[in-house]
Write a protein of this length. Structure first.
Lengths: 409, 409
């Protein structure tokens, strides 16, 4: 072994290998969630209705439950007169049966009593003692929500992978469901390596910088359905990195490192993974992000992103995020995250490598962001990236490009 | 006093009154959040940079820091030879000064030593003991990220109301910021009233139904930037509702009730609010949702939505959500939530009231959902609603309509 790259992988090949690895090593897990706290959770299985809704024939209005035939011909001038034999409010019921010439006073939401087939609204009725004057004829089934008309028992209610929105949460509540199996967010640990990175307890000194990648990658993982469990900053030190990875593997499903991946001084992640596991990919034919590492330790993935925050986030979004999304029950890529725009100025690319170039969107224009490769502001300014295939050396001003958007707001 | 509606308000008037009330009674509050947990939080104030980034002139490559003039004319055949006087890794620094004919070995990320104005990449240099053979001429400033070139000190970094995405979190991290003031989510309590609603500890019996609104409205409030603090189901009982409202007012900024608002049997919310506070609106000229109540108690809003879950959610989205969003630092309505579509079949409306009609979107068609007004599935099927002004009696098949979308996925 040594510090040289393995055979550099093309983007499609790398994507295939990574997807296969994810599928081999992980399967989606479920977790029970109280539905009152289930906003944006993803259903782990199809949900069938267990009761009819409404659970009984239910009055849609305040009025009188009756036999519709008893209202035929009624008018304000010539009301039909019925005998009111009971009164029923929502939440209770009447056990009397309505016979011809009878009615029962009923509130919205109360069960329709036996013998009735319709409801006459209170607005078209008048009650005097136990006599009710029906002022208008009503057809059968008027203002009755029939048992099961909203949802029938034992029918598919919501499909697996439904993302729970307030209305869907309402549908589950109506069935009396209190807890629901949802996709469990895979746990992600993030480790940043670099002697130049200031640890939390260290004083700032010349030559040091604040770490970006733990927070940025943790939150990128959250944005695609992961749970960020632990962040750690370690020095470019074999033992320190090794013990941090081993600790993180215990706490999480996937460990994402950044820094220490270049084939040069400080290429320690490769050595650690060679020793405690296996390196599957070291090097992808892509710009930025060539020195990416995909390794496997104890049946879990350990991913090495470049130290440069911009490269790290782009590689994460392109190669890792779709797989985390799939584990979390989401679509690999949201359709809404692809925009078409016109390139505002010529974009150059290094031939021979797939290139991801940051752009800002303004009025359907994709404006390339040209900054130092390490500039964190270039990411904050960008709305997404344009993919330039390896055979393409430039895309000209005015050409239509597809922009993959970062944000899911 | 009494159970009659106050003067029914038109939609625009009601909207104005509600917005004014929100602005009178509430102002946005801030809360400190650790930036590692700040995904989707909203910045409460402009953030200025407190340090230059990079904080020093930083090498972008592994190589040799030198005076560019010392490389002029260098080639593989005729290398320039420099004396290597030190070596500097990222995270440390050299306090030596480079004089003419000298260079310092440097790693990516390390500070450029005094006297150097450029970096020669390791790929175009050869080192033998303390002699370095420069094989290619480099211009001044080659592969140096100048101090402050990414972000200058004391400049606007991120604006108030920026929603924190992973890249923006990265920008804050690069400044060494650990905590940040964000908009505090207003606290919302939800109370469902109705004798027909089954409480958690009650056995199902004929005439009862499971409550939908506590969970649906709580999660709708969360979807627009609220924090759901407490849910309660109470009977149509004056004392029970009153004490529930008083308890909820202590725990939350806004109390949202549903049910018990109709001008009929069981109109108890109005009575409670008349007694312990003030009713500002009772009745909006809108379908569904006419019996909506807006009240004020102890300087906080108590809102009465209809008991029908579909009406309750629509009224919430139309009249309440934009105000909660504003308090949470968000735009009142997201632009992305308005879609234009072609109506798939004629929509009728009751003249004289603004109507909100549920539609499903399919291939740019808006398909009206025609179900019983209480059918919770109609909401789950719907993607949004079409607004029909009160002067319009029907919108014909084939007409273009604007659909306000419910979901923010």
């Amino acid at each position: 072994m040594g510090t040289e790259f393995l055979k550099i992988k093309e983007v499609e090949e790398a994507n295939d290998i990574i997807k296969k690895l994810f599928n081999e090593l992980y399967s989606p897990k479920s977790e029970e969630i109280a539905i009152e706290n289930s906003y944006k959770k993803v259903l782990f299985q199809d949900i069938e209705s267990s009761i009819d809704l409404p659970p009984f024939n239910r009055s849609l209005k305040d009025g009188f439950a009756l036999k519709s035939v008893d209202t035929f011909g009624a008018s304000e001038e010539n009301p039909n007169i019925l005998k009111c034999i009971d009164s029923v409010e929502a939440g209770s019921f009447s056990n009397k049966t309505i016979n011809k010439g009878e009615c029962i006073e009923i509130s919205t939401g109360a069960p329709i009593p036996e013998g009735a087939d319709s409801v006459a609204m209170v607005e078209f009725s008048e009650k005097e003692d136990d006599e009710v004057f029906i002022l208008k004829s009503v057809p059968p089934s008027q203002d009755i929500a029939i048992k099961g008309s909203d949802i029938e028992k034992n029918k598919l209610l919501l499909k697996k992978k439904t993302i729970l929105s307030p209305d869907k949460i309402g549908v589950l509540s109506a069935q009396g469901i209190k807890k629901i199996a949802t996709f469990k967010n895979p746990k992600i640990s993030v480790i940043s390596t670099g002697n130049e990175l200031l640890k939390d307890n260290e004083e700032m000194e010349y030559g040091k910088i604040y770490d970006v990648n733990t927070n940025a990658i943790k939150n990128a993982a959250i944005s695609c359905g992961g749970e960020g469990v632990a962040n750690e900053i370690v020095k470019d030190d074999y033992d320190e990195l090794k013990s941090s990875i081993q600790k993180s593997l215990k706490a999480s499903d996937i460990v994402i490192c950044s820094g220490g991946t270049s084939a040069g001084v400080g290429d320690i992640l490769r050595h650690v993974l060679d020793d405690i596991g296996e390196v599957i990919i070291h090097g992808i034919s892509v710009k930025p992000g060539k020195p990416t590492i995909i390794g496997k330790v104890d049946g879990k993935l350990v991913i090495g992103l470049p130290g440069n925050p911009v490269s790290a986030l782009i590689i994460f979004y392109v190669f890792i995020a779709p797989n985390i999304r799939r584990l979390a029950g989401l679509n690999e890529v949201e359709k809404s995250k692809i925009a078409t725009a016109t390139l505002s100025k010529r974009l150059h690319s290094s031939k021979g490598r797939m290139q991801y170039s940051l752009v800002k969107l303004e009025d359907h224009l994709a404006i390339p962001i040209i900054k130092d490769s390490g500039a964190i502001t270039s990411l904050a300014d960008a709305d997404g990236y344009v993919k330039i295939p390896k055979s393409v050396e430039l895309i000209d001003e005015g050409e239509k490009v597809k922009v993959t958007l970062f944000n899911d707001f």
